[in-house]
Design a protein around this ligand. Structure first.
Ligand code: CU
Length: 280
């Protein structure tokens, strides 16, 4: 009996500990650019299309039960990066998956079909220790005219690609400043983690103003891990976690060094610009 009670307590703790439930909707919709509609397929938190990415945040060690609901008129096959077999979500149906946050990092969830990745269908599961302060920059590039033509089975042609639409978490600057996961806030001396994910089709060379960051981790075999940098490339499909410990207060921009990516509708500044807002 002396042994039984602690054992029983342990068992009950295990049963109730660390379950996270979340729901993502696969929605289709349009965003206006240069007075023309640009179609996208995005993961949102409600069945209404919204040009703001929804991500899943999972405390390290917890188990996620994720309901995926497809409001689109086509079936979707999804890949949860190198973790499990393709996930099928039929049109108008839902699928529930289970995922254990065994290690810290970003696990990309995206369409198995190139055509739907061209329309942006990707998100990510962020696994982190609860006390850590994490941000996400989910980068996309797109060509508006091409998005209007994408059909099931369309494949990406790098030789004719002329992207003119650039976003972070599906928002374009200055709207990137309205999103709490993308707008980086903190204080001098804080440890801040920024997870940069390239869901696009071109390299994005990210330039930090005001600070250097340590490149901590990547899902690719990135030779710059461990380096202290203010500019570095993020390749298509890559996730890089950087650590920022601000040494000075201020408001600084971070942007793609490829200057076409810092426009919205052809106007500068726009597109792929994030802000670091550091208090003294
Ligand atoms: Cu710069």
């Amino acid at each position: 009996m002396r042994l039984m009670l602690p054992l029983l307590l342990c068992f009950t703790a295990l049963l109730s500990w660390g379950k996270v439930q979340d729901t993502l909707y696969i929605n289709t919709g349009v965003v206006e650019d240069k007075k023309r509609p640009v179609p996208f397929k995005l993961f949102n938190t409600t069945p209404t299309f919204d040009s703001l990415d929804a991500f899943v945040q999972l405390p390290l060690g917890d188990t996620l039960e994720l309901v995926l609901i497809n409001t689109d008129t086509t079936d979707h096959d999804l890949v949860l990066a190198s973790v499990m077999a393709p996930i099928a979500v039929a049109s108008g149906q839902s699928t529930t998956i289970s995922f254990v946050g065994r290690e810290k990092g970003v696990f990309r969830l995206f369409s198995a079909e190139e055509s739907w990745r061209m329309l942006g269908l990707a998100t990510a599961i962020l696994v982190a220790a609860p006390q850590e302060k994490h941000f996400i920059w989910h980068l996309r590039d797109a060509e508006g005219a091409l998005n209007r033509q994408v059909q099931p089975g369309t494949s990406f042609d790098p030789t004719t690609y002329l992207p003119d639409y650039f976003s972070i978490n599906a928002l374009r600057f200055p709207r990137t400043t309205t999103d709490s996961l993308g707008y980086v806030t903190g204080q001098v001396g804080d440890t801040l983690y920024i997870n940069i994910i390239n869901a696009g089709f071109m390299d994005h060379s990210i330039h930090f103003h005001g600070y250097h960051v340590i490149l901590e981790a990547s899902n690719y075999n990135n030779p710059q891990i461990g380096w202290d940098k203010d500019t570095f490339p993020v390749l298509p499909g890559e996730w890089i976690r950087v650590r920022l410990v601000p040494h000075q207060p201020g408001k600084f921009p971070v942007h793609d060094h490829n200057l076409v990516a810092v426009t919205s509708g052809g106007n500068y500044p726009g597109g792929m610009i994030a802000i670091l807002d550091i208090a003294p």
